[in-house]
Design a protein around this ligand. Structure first.
Ligand code: HEM
Length: 448
């Protein structure tokens, strides 16, 4: 198949494209999908091959060349495009706020934001989970990254980010990212010109926040922007405004639509299987009122439901693509320098050898068995694995538990949904429309 057609197929219906390739070619296959004159791109779904891929030392791989499609979105200074020492440094800087006690300190905030966003849900109200969930997760990530609550700048950011993500979801708009020759600014009515102007509006809002924070110089704050503002490299240099802006936008984009997408899948899957929902409610009732966030997030069935949701419908289909700088061997195959290697999360999660009945939603499989990090990898793995994995698991469990214990809901339409692309994530088609049946009075899961 011509590289252009392969790329369009991957953009327009990625899961179908991957399923077809796996049926035709098995668990290691090569396609050409990174634009015109693209290098060979090899997808792996076999756990041993994925393990070998993760084990290749970073100095034998080039990440920038394989992730160039993200540059216009995240910016050249984003952690996603960094390599070697600098990448390591950024990870070490950004990881702590998303783990351990720092992460747990957000438990009550997560529950408060969820309660606030859902406060006007009354019996009969119709809700689109695809709209409400990003509202919750964006507020949460803004608290973590900027330490700010909703205000005018927040509202503007939310609107601009959401519209931009809607647009880059269309096959035509996304093609612009894959084919650099189409990236021509012919004024605001041209597609790329329009993209650049809207991205600039987002950048300006972030620059304004950075400017204010530099001026205020408040050393008591613990959010990520404050951390980055005081960080220095080994030569004592601080980050420029542009570096800060790229890092912050990357965290915003990677940190809210992803968790919101999983939450939409969770509501769809839980409410299309009444037994799963009943089991969850029963488990939540064992906690009683005023439990703490840690108790909630440790519930085994709730954890299994979240894990199985991300197995069946991983929000990111692939790990970060990596280009070889020299010949490497994986699963007995030699790959020449210049080959792009892609551990494929989606196909690894659909292997019947690992997961019997792979197309069915069976949370119990996570109660009875522990899968290895190369069999189950919704957050990728190795030295490029997601830095927000623990945080988003913590967050999604609290948001879900909070809503389940406050409302009885129903799906408006019982038709099966399809996985569709939204920006860089794969979400349920149709937005998951639900109706509030009852509001359960004065139930407060978390003690504040
Ligand atoms: C359910 C939610 C999420 C999912 C499914 C998810 C998934 C992923 C995946 C698959 C990768 C690529 C990993 C690899 O190449 O091996 C990744 C990378 C990344 N994620 Fe997440 N993510 C989620 C939430 C978050 C959150 C909340 C943040 C924090 C703001 C975040 C920040 C990042 C960053 C910075 C990277 C790049 C890491 C690097 O290149 O070193 N993600 N994520």
């Amino acid at each position: 198949m011509h590289p252009f057609i392969q790329t369009l197929k991957l953009i327009a219906s990625p899961t179908k494209f991957l399923d077809e390739c796996a049926v035709k070619y098995g668990d290691i296959f090569t396609v050409r999908v990174l634009g015109i004159n693209s290098p060979p791109v090899v997808f792996f779904s076999n756990p041993e091959a994925i393990a070998e891929c993760f084990a290749i030392p970073a100095n034998k791989l080039n990440f920038k060349k394989a992730t160039h499609v993200f540059k216009p979105l995240f910016g050249a200074n984003s952690i996603v495009l960094k390599e070697g020492k600098e990448h390591n440094r950024q990870r070490n800087l950004l990881m702590p706020p998303f783990h351990g006690d720092r992460m747990k300190s957000y438990g009550e905030t997560i529950c408060e934001i969820t309660t606030e966003v859902t406060k006007d849900w009354q019996a009969g109200k119709v809700i689109s989970m695809q709209h409400v969930m990003p509202d919750i997760t964006l507020q949460i990530i803004l608290q973590v990254v900027f330490g700010i609550s909703p205000g005018e700048r927040y509202q503007q950011l939310k609107k601009l980010l959401s519209v931009l993500l809607d647009d880059i979801t269309t096959p035509w708009y996304s093609s612009l990212f894959f084919f650099p020759p189409l990236q021509q600014d012919f004024g605001r009515f041209s597609p790329w010109g329009n993209y650049l102007r809207r991205k600039q509006q987002i950048d300006n809002l972030v620059y304004a926040e950075i400017g204010e924070r530099r001026k205020a110089n408040d050393i008591s704050r613990t959010d990520i922007l404050s951390l980055l503002l005081s960080a220095q490299d080994e030569n004592g240099e601080k980050m420029t405004d542009e570096e800060l802006k790229d890092q912050l936008i990357s965290l915003l984009l990677l940190g809210y639509e992803t968790t919101a997408g999983v939450l939409s899948w969770l509501f769809y899957l839980i409410y299309s299987q009444p037994q799963v929902r009943n089991n969850l409610i029963q488990e939540l009732e064992t906690l009683g009122e005023n439990s703490n966030p840690t108790q909630i997030t440790q519930l085994p069935y709730l954890s299994a439901v979240c894990q199985e949701t991300m197995r069946l419908h991983p929000i990111a289909l692939i790990c970060t693509p990596r280009m070889t700088k020299e010949t490497v061997e994986i699963a007995g195959n030699k790959f020449m320098s210049g080959t792009v290697l892609v551990p494929c999360i989606y196909l690894a999660h659909r292997r019947s050898e690992t997961y019997p009945e792979p197309d069915n939603f069976i949370p119990e499989r996570f109660l009875n068995h522990k899968f290895s990090p190369v069999e189950y990898l919704p957050f990728g793995g190795g030295y490029r694995g997601c830095i927000g994995s623990a945080f988003s698991m913590y967050e999604m469990k609290l948001v879900l538990a909070n809503i389940l214990s406050q409302f009885q809901l129903e799906l408006i339409d019982n038709q099966p949904v399809k996985p569709v692309r939204r920006g860089i994530t794969i979400v349920p088609s149709g937005g998951v429309q639900m109706r509030v049946q009852t509001k359960i009075p004065a139930k407060n899961l978390v003690h504040s």
